[in-house]
Design a binder for this molecule. Structure first.
Ligand code: UDX
Length: 435
């Protein structure tokens, strides 16, 4: 069996590496030639724990990485994992997926294997039937369900645990028509993930499942962030104890109740906006989803107002931001709340110093020389009027009295409460802990 994967971002490259390391004859395709070369040499274009190890393992077996689409002409399965980024009006940008599917369609004519095209990219309900299927049939001059299979297969992996999630997904969703191709896909996935439930449904339900999943996660985060803001005004109360306790109720569950500066990343904010826009387009007013978004957008104000309350006018004052990645375990800063915070503080003319174990290079691409960068927590805090912990990197938990010794004012705002139980010679404020 030969498998092609089109689009080598977090989802596509993780899948390529995992399949190749399991011994599948795999071909990874991406339009970016430089990226392909890097991957072929065993280097990942982004930081993701375990990815390089598993990629190098795959490269020793049957893996080819190239920008040449024609290599998929003898594939039995072709995964599409290209991005569907956010456009200005909140909807998703279909440019990349249309282009890839057009190229795949053209090659389908030459493919004598009756392949299955499996779409993993996140798309709004109706996109498979109204956009992707017509393009594939037009370009290939063939019929879906007859000459080739077409299946929706939403992906739920999280950055920082992408390899584990690719190997052991919590569910496999297959959307499409009940044809022989669906049965073939089911056989493939049950062999790949023998202990995972497979849900078989239609295209539009599979498309919607992904939005349901991510919007529910976003709702949990905004819920706990709202409660966190209330707790902060109840002296002595602690949001983590509340989250832990309600999380023990199996109806609620303990995950995604970690209060903080709001959700970021390349998926949750984008999927929320796309779902809200889609609901509006079909005549539904998504009151709850709008509130979730609103809470997320205003959470950053909690940090700014706490900072100004304690420091006063921040113009020309040095503020140290600990963490710019959108979460720990990644160098990804897309829609990172920390990046938004820095922009806000720069507008107020603060001097910004940042420290992040992995995301400094990406942060430099955004701010260049407008801010300062430091690899050490201690020197990043030297001369600062306030240190703000934005990301719960393990490294920041090591912060001690030595690290803060040369701060101009010993003041820490901890958005993730990682220092809440430490005895530090510092004025300490944390989101979600009432003072
Ligand atoms: C998310 C979904 O979890 C995943 O299923 C989907 O496939 C892609 O989008 P990811 O973007 O990797 O994954 O990030 P995630 O771990 O969900 O975190 C998103 C944001 O929410 C981060 O900014 C994170 O810090 C924040 N978050 C998460 C919280 O603030 N509190 C929590 O309890 C959990």
């Amino acid at each position: 069996m030969k498998i092609g994967i089109v689009g080598l971002g977090f989802v596509g490259l993780s899948l390529t590496a995992v399949l190749a390391s399991k011994g599948y004859n795999t071909v990874g395709i991406d339009v970016d030639k430089k990226k392909c070369k890097k991957i072929s040499n065993g280097n990942s274009p982004f930081f993701e724990p375990s990815l390089e190890k598993i990629l190098r393992n795959g490269l020793k077996k049957k893996l080819t990485v190239s920008n040449d689409f024609s290599l998929i002409k003898d594939c039995d399965i072709i995964f599409v994992t290209v991005g569907t980024p956010q456009s200005k009006n909140g909807s998703i940008e279909l440019g990349m997926i249309k282009k890839s599917v057009r190229s795949i369609g053209k090659i389908l004519q030459e493919n004598k294997k009756n392949p299955i095209v499996i779409i993993k990219s996140t798309v709004i309900p109706g996109t498979m039937q109204n956009v992707i299927l017509p393009i594939l049939e037009k370009e290939s001059k063939q019929k879906a369900g007859k000459n080739f299979g077409l299946i929706s297969n939403p992906e739920f992996l999280q950055e920082s645990t992408a390899i584990r999630d690719t190997e052991f997904p919590h569910v496999v969703v297959l959307g499409g028509y009940q044809t022989k191709y669906m049965q073939k896909a089911k056989n493939f996935f049950s062999k790949l993930h023998p202990n995972t439930s497979i849900i078989i449904t239609n295209h539009q339900t599979a498309e919607m499942v992904k939005y349901a999943n991510n919007s529910f996660l976003a709702t949990k985060i905004s819920f706990i962030n709202q409660l966190s803001n209330i707790c902060q005004n109840i002296p002595g109360s602690n949001i983590d104890d509340i989250a832990k306790t309600i999380g023990l109720d199996p109806r609620i569950g303990e995950l995604f109740l970690d209060a903080g500066p709001g959700y970021g990343g390349s998926c949750l904010p984008k999927d929320m906006k796309a779902l809200i826009k889609f609901a509006g387009d079909i005549g539904i007013r998504p009151t709850l989803l709008n509130a979730v978004e609103k809470i997320n957008q205003t959470q950053i104000n909690q940090i700014v107002s706490l900072l100004e309350k304690k420091v006063g006018n921040i113009s020309s004052k040095q503020i140290t931001i600990l963490g710019t990645a959108f979460k720990p375990g990644t160098d990804d800063i897309r829609y990172s709340v920390s990046i938004e915070l820095i922009k806000k503080l720069l507008k107020k003319k603060a001097k910004i110093v940042v420290c992040d174990p992995k995301a400094i290079e990406n942060t430099k691409n955004v701010f260049g020389e407008k801010i300062y960068y430091d690899e050490s927590i201690t020197s990043a805090l030297d001369n600062s009027h306030c240190g703000i912990i934005m990301v719960q990197w393990k490294q920041f938990e090591k912060l001690n009295n030595k690290s803060i010794k040369h701060m101009k004012r010993k003041l820490i705002i901890d958005c993730r409460r990682i220092l809440a139980n430490k005895k530090l010679d510092v004025e300490y404020y944390a989101l979600g802990i009432g003072k």
